[in-house]
Ligand binder design. Structure first.
Ligand code: NAD
Length: 330
């Protein structure tokens, strides 16, 4: 089978080569995304895999693909909002996505941020840069097994996070309107308010929905313990950034670990002039009790290999007329 792989990143290439050797299929890797300018490159291929956040195009693009004999598009991402699903259905094109590629990758990054903040590493670093190497009683740390961790959103990633903290001996509370029996042994289910008021580490793992946007804002920060550390590995807009900055500056909470920011799309995974960075990022970055990473919690060898393999296996399945459990339904 001949597959064209749009939006190929450098980190993906070795896994694509391995998959080709294992399966005997041929994959042409192109860096461009699938759109009106690049759609003709799919001529002569049996199937398509892509990775992009920009919309592919209007119904004409899907009609063109159908005329080429294309029956599916497999995105190597969880998100599928770049597709016109009505146009896919009208042109007999099945879309598959990769919803679970490595929850553990994101959970481990959340733990890394939490430990950095718990042990006050940013505070020590900024003081050491000024020549201050003293053991200041203000910076005395806690140990993780004495901490209460509150997980908001106990799905795939929240569940993996709960398992890690539980293994380290922490008390783990969780709030999720949908209870998940798989993760129940690792947590004490409770309500959101209890987590806000009692947790030392608050870890966000919900999707971004109208109901979850700004779920942590001034009233929630005011209700948190002063030693609370907030970890957001999910979506930036779950937190009201201006309120977070105020809460950190006013010492209402002790720190924040952020892998996502509400306005990240203009600069995360891009090289930009430092002067052009948004003001809220600049303010956060100056605070020693804030750790920011550019949406890389997922970016591990395991995740990338799984994204590539799951997506390419789905291309083969759907082109061969089989069903995949990763099919996106309208
Ligand atoms: P999931 O669907 O497996 O779990 C989400 C959970 O949130 C579900 O159990 C759901 O019931 C729960 N939920 C929904 N609304 C809620 C609310 N109001 N309060 C509490 N819980 C609520 O999703 P997942 O795969 O675990 O992903 C979680 C988040 O992580 C998503 O926002 C996703 O976009 C993000 N994510 C980030 C990265 C990264 O690299 N930083 C990578 C992948 C996913």
């Amino acid at each position: 089978m001949k597959i064209i792989m749009y939006g190929t990143g450098n980190a993906e290439r070795k896994y694509v080569k391995e998959w080709m050797e294992e399966t005997g299929n041929e994959v042409k890797m192109v860096t461009e995304q699938l759109n009106a300018q690049t759609v003709d490159e799919a001529q002569g291929f049996d199937g398509i895999s892509t990775q992009q956040t920009k919309p592919l195009g209007g119904p004409a693009l899907y009609k063109k693909l159908a005329a080429m004999g294309i029956k599916q598009i497999s995105t190597r991402t969880a998100g599928f909002d770049m597709f016109d699903l009505n146009a896919c259905r009208d042109n007999g094109i099945t879309v598959t996505n990769v919803t679970v590629y490595s929850p553990r990758a994101i959970a481990e990054m959340g733990l890394t941020h939490a430990m950095y903040l718990l042990r006050r590493i940013g505070d020590y670093t900024s003081r050491m840069e000024e020549g201050d190497f003293r053991w200041n009683p203000e910076l005395i740390s806690n140990e993780i097994y004495n901490q209460t961790v509150g997980i908001i959103g106990l799905g795939n990633i929240g569940g993996a996070t709960a398992q890690i903290y539980k293994a380290l001996g922490a008390r783990v509370l969780a709030y999720d309107p949908n209870k998940n029996v798989e993760y129940a042994p690792y947590v004490e289910y409770t309500d959101l308010d209890t987590i806000i008021k009692t947790a030392d580490i608050i870890s966000l793992h919900t999707p971004l929905l109208p109901s979850t946007k700004n779920m942590l804002a001034a009233p929630q920060f005011a209700a948190m313990k002063n030693n609370a550390i907030v970890i957001n590995m999910a979506r930036g807009a779950l937190i009201n950034t201006a309120d977070l900055i105020d809460a950190l500056k006013n010492k209402e909470i002790a720190g924040a670990g952020l892998d996502t920011l509400a306005d990240e799309t203009g600069f995360f995974n891009h090289e930009v002039a430092v002067d052009d960075l948004p003001d809220d990022y600049k303010q956060l970055q100056t605070l020693p009790n804030v750790l920011i990473t550019p949406h890389v919690a997922f970016f591990t060898q395991t995740s990338i290999r799984n994204m590539v393999e799951i997506s390419l296996n789905d291309v083969v399945k759907v082109v061969n007329g089989q069903h995949s459990r990763n099919e996106v339904r309208l």
